[in-house]
Design a binder for this molecule. Sequence first.
Ligand code: GCU
Length: 658
Amino acid sequence: MTDSGDLDAAWLPSAAFRAVGSRRSLVRAGDGPPAETVYAELADACERFGGRVVRDGGDGDAELVLEPAGDDLGDDLGDEGFALTRRGGTTTVTASGERGLLYGLFHVVRLGEDAFRGERAREVHRPALATRMLDHWDNVAVHPVMGQVERGYAGGSLFWADGRARGDLDRVRAYGRLLAACGINAVAVNNVNVHETEARLLTDRIGEVAAIADVLRPYGIRTHLSVTFAAPMVLGGLPTADPLDGAVRDWWAEATGRVYEAIGDFGGYVVKADSEGQPGPFAYGRSHADGANVLAAALEPYGGTVHWRAFVYDHRQDWRDRTTDRARAAYDHFTPLDGEFAPNAVLQVKHGPMDFQVREPVSPLIGAMPRTRLAVEVQATQEYTGQQRHVCWLGPMWSEVLRFRPDGGVSAGRLADGLVAVSNVGDDPFWTGHPLAQANLYTFGRLAWDPAADPHAVLDEWIALTHPGAPARLADGLHAVLDGSWSTYEKYTAPLGVGFMVQPGHHYGPSVDGYEYSPWGTYHFADRDGVGVDRSAATGTGYAAQYADPWAKVYESPETCPDELLLFFHHVPYGHVLHSGKTVIQHIYDTHFEGVAEVEEARRVWAGLADLVDPARHARVAERYEEQLRSAREWRDQINSYFLRKSGVPDERGRTIH
Ligand code: GCU
């Protein structure tokens, strides 16, 4: 199962290093941590595969050279980019910065033998997004309701155990290495809901964060911390956290100075304010720009950034009140503040307006604040997409978001400075609980590097790296069970973009009306005649009008709204005919039967790979397929029965509906 102890090698099995490890390499680089990593990686690989690596000295016969770019040649590379060339039997990676060399090395690893064939004209690779970050929703102390990792489906925390930072950070080191190999350069080590114990990481417990940062630094990763907006009160004993209060400003400046004494390259803060009960600037009648800017000012002298989350909405709304629409909230709160945020404040916007559902439109806030820095947040942890018991490869969903062009012009992926994922990793031996969920983490990193990349090609890259030399039957089988798994999941869960219908609280499994009469703003409004939320400007909540054209027009009318989002934007009768030619009710029945059939088929394909996959890994996935199938059938039967009973319209194919 593993290359080292109990750690799964994921996409860095030792065989992936055969091509670089069996050659003569030369590393010319400084002595910063990433350069040391490059050298150590090569030295390790050479020990295994019989190659040789030297540092600096002029070894004329090297087949692989990694070196700093000369002054005139590195202009197009940026801090993290690299150039790759191959001439006269030598493959050369040049970079302006050491992190570029690290990414260049992993690129050569991905290419394998191809990196050492023929000639290659100079190719430049540089990340499109400056920040490629994972947010861990990890608690230091086990939370009575949420446990150690909020919405975590892969065991305990990588970083924290027994109420403090782990003493043995080997697993964190291995994690950093995996992240560097897919291009991730930032990690936030604690939950955005900052509880009492975790608040103190900012002050007297910063040493524990520093220990983690030390282990991640050699992989080019900067460490970030989630902080509570009320820190000046809960930690500093001040009577207020008002961002315009001088003492509050001084407190943040001083506390931040101490953070940088401990962690010189600290990345900055992540803040969830005025959201689901977290404190924020509204308590003082201040705006979110005022709130973000006081933290930004404290970070600014050190080059740090505040990631300020836009997930602000009324979580105590009255379900009877049809005028309040949670989907509108982020746009309504933040667009008036465009231009008011400091240059080192980044607004972190969830990709959809609600909350990481299997299908949502792209948030209208993306692209609506041209004078504000933007990070797009996605959820690798599968809170609403099967909780890592179901296979649901999210590459195509994220790619759709990143390719979405809010006003028909520049894509979301190019408008953003950063892409952030809520991490799906814990201390599980397979990292992600479900071994196939590793594909989500890898795909996230690669799409953050290049949002225009074809996710299907990234999937194949992950398959090839994770299973070097895999026979076609294995590669094809893996591709078959992962590609399309998002669509399968969508088919057997909430239909046509309507969302939720999950069990309240833990969010696993179906409960069609679970949130229907709740204060959370997540309703489907099904009755005997129809279903869906009218978010049109003409007759509904007006949400559709938050988009720029062409989308405002497209979403406004059921005639032009894409089928998959129909119930997000419109309340329609069950007999409404979709662009597909089916009625809404028949679509619901058909997709739910199809979704289950697709899970049965994936389970069959997986069973057929038993001879090609390590037994422990195979068994883990096989066991999860049993649960996925059980759960998919539960979803199918609850949703179909619910809508049959509401509508009274029978399935035209006469299948069993309970
Ligand atoms: C969801 C999730 C919470 C999380 C929140 C957030 O609502 O269920 O656990 O805290 O998102 O993104 O802040």
